[in-house]
Design a protein around this ligand. Structure first.
Ligand code: FAD
Ligand code: NAI
Length: 468
């Protein structure tokens, strides 16, 4: 007889594994299926975690090589041991993926390794990686199958010379020249890693600025700083084709609006032009689960698809493709299944680009507020006027607070600067609580700290910043 569960989650990424643990905590008999050998999905295995490990290591290398002289520290002959750096990254990944398996055991979530296919609402076929198959039953199925890289026609990924993020996280030598197609999260983070390790990196972006989905001031500000660190940019440029020679890859570049072509030679090309929802092999069309034209599974407020008892969360549905967004949805979906009224405030989901300096944002951009006809006030404060940034010798960047002109409620916070990714948590919390700019401004911040720049930007909304 088929094993019967209350909840079966397909996909053990940050959306799926968190949903499974929460469902088990709520007393539901739960299984989580994933075709990978290790839990954690894209994020832990080939995404957030390995990329942040390499960003951290490469930052330390760059600092040891030439970033400490200002502090009066001279290091002669800092050398790169790339194999050791990669081994540390792999160890971090293994520790964290095993940690998820430990949490499954602790919470009595059954962890099933294999590919899942939904035969009908309530019935799932699982083909184990060795080939054996079984059928299981579930009162509720949660699809959390994530996303995959979007390929660029004419440039087939071989993960050696033409790589996706997965290949770029595992190169066995530093390419002399790297071309990065796409000036978004992956292109800028992994472009930074290889640039710091010695590659001559050129970012080719189709639009007229990098980070095109963020507040208009952030992309150009980051571009100036990354250019200073040695990365070259070709904006408003498209890749018209590529040729694989014996040694190098030659890209044909063309202005996005059309015009004269130029070539760009590279030893490795990273294709990072976005990700798309992944639901291959689940049998969705056969059972009639509706998807939108972009391939995202359509869900209700309860994360239920058009088929009763089948739910979907994370990268495979609408909204930003971020691990913490997937986690919140995993929790909300199963809490709602258990009868709780869990809500997610999508305006308070932060996003962080882990370059140096970091870029972080929460809430609306100025462009979005203008388009919606919202009257707002802006408060801005540069890190060059923040005492801690001065003591740290990290003075690039600024904090920008956008607040409703009538109510002073914070509508968006945009930061480029040291530890922006950590600082944005305070802004997200403020927005969750419906804080005004004055609430942030009147909150006592320890001195000297970087978050004082947020307080000053909040003060600047009312034109009363103290330190500028
Ligand atoms: P995923 O993590 O993609 O997990 C889906 C899982 O489902 C996979 O393990 C897959 O094997 C499994 N699966 C699919 N189909 C089946 C099937 N039929 N049967 C069984 N199993 C199946 N986000 C951040 O917030 N911060 C970051 O710093 C960050 N860095 C990133 C860096 C890179 C290089 C990349 C590529 C992504 C990064 N992301 C980051 C995005 C983040 O990884 C995703 O938003 C997140 O993993 C989505 O979680 P998920 O649970 O929806 O899906
Ligand atoms: P992205 O959407 O962030 O950036 C893609 C960039 O490529 C855009 O700037 C776009 O204009 C450009 N582009 C698209 N087609 C192009 C073309 N043909 N030629 C040149 N440029 C082109 O996508 P990316 O970087 O691939 O990352 C995918 C997603 O993964 C992100 O959107 C994010 O959701 C997630 N991610 C999150 C991270 C984080 O939270 N720090 C880190 C890495 C990924």
């Amino acid at each position: 007889m088929a094993e019967r569960y209350d909840v079966v989650v397909i996909g053990a990424g940050p959306g799926g594994y968190v949903a499974a643990i929460r469902a088990a905590q709520l007393g539901m008999k739960t299984a989580c299926i994933d075709s990978r050998e290790t839990a954690g999905g894209t994020c832990l295995n080939i995404g957030c975690i390995p990329s942040k490990a390499l960003l951290q290591s490469s930052e330390k290398f760059a600092e040891a090589k030439n970033g400490l002289t200002e502090h009066g520290i001279k290091i002669d002959g800092a050398n790169l041991d790339l194999a050791a750096m990669m081994a540390r990254k792999d160890k971090v990944v293994t520790t964290l993926t095993r940690g998820v398996e430990f949490l499954f055991r602790k919470n009595k979530v059954e962890w099933i390794k294999g590919s899942a296919r939904i035969a009908a609402p309530g019935r799932i076929g699982v083909t184990a990686n060795g080939g054996a198959s079984q059928e299981i039953e579930a009162k509720a199925i949660v699809i959390a199958t994530g996303s995959e890289s979007i390929p660029l026609p004419g440039l087939a990924i071989d993960e050696q010379r033409i790589v996706s993020s997965t290949g770029a996280l595992a190169l066995d030598r530093v390419p002399e020249r790297m071309a990065v197609i796409g000036g978004g999260y992956i292109g800028l983070e992994l472009g930074s890693v290889w640039s710091r390790l010695g590659s001559k990196v050129t970012v080719v972006e189709f639009l007229d600025r990098i980070l095109p989905n963020m507040d208009r001031e952030l992309g150009p500000a980051l571009q100036r700083l990354l250019t200073r660190s040695g990365i070259a940019f070709k904006l408003a440029t498209k890749v018209a084709g590529g040729e694989l020679g014996n040694e190098a890859v030659t890209l044909q570049l063309e202005p996005a609006k059309g015009g004269e072509r130029e070539t760009l030679g590279a030893d490795v090309v990273l294709v990072a032009i976005g990700r798309r929802p992944f639901a291959n092999g689940l049998g969705l069309d056969e059972i009639g689960v509706v998807r939108d034209p972009a391939g995202r599974i359509t869900v209700s407020e309860n994360f239920e698809t058009n088929m009763p008892g089948i739910y979907a969360i994370g990268d495979v549905i609408r909204g930003p493709m971020l691990a913490h967004k997937a986690e919140e949805e995993g929790i909300a979906a199963v809490e709602r299944l258990a009868g709780q009224q869990t809500e997610i405030d999508y305006d308070a989901i932060p996003s962080v680009v882990y370059t140096w300096p970091e870029v972080a944002a929460v809430g609306k951009t100025e462009e979005e507020l203008k388009a919606a006809g919202v009257e707002y006030r802006t408060g801005k404060f540069p890190f060059s006027a923040n005492a801690r940034a001065r003591t740290n010798a990290d003075t690039d960047g600024f904090v920008k607070v956008l607040a409703d002109a009538a109510t002073d409620r914070v509508l968006g916070v945009h930061i480029i600067g040291p530890d922006a990714g950590t600082m944005i948590a305070e802004a997200a919390l403020a927005m969750e609580f419906g804080a005004s700019a004055e609430d942030i401004a009147r909150t006592c911040h320890a001195h000297p700290t970087l978050p004082e720049a947020l307080k000053e930007a909040a003060l600047a909304v009312a034109g009363r910043a103290i330190h500028i």
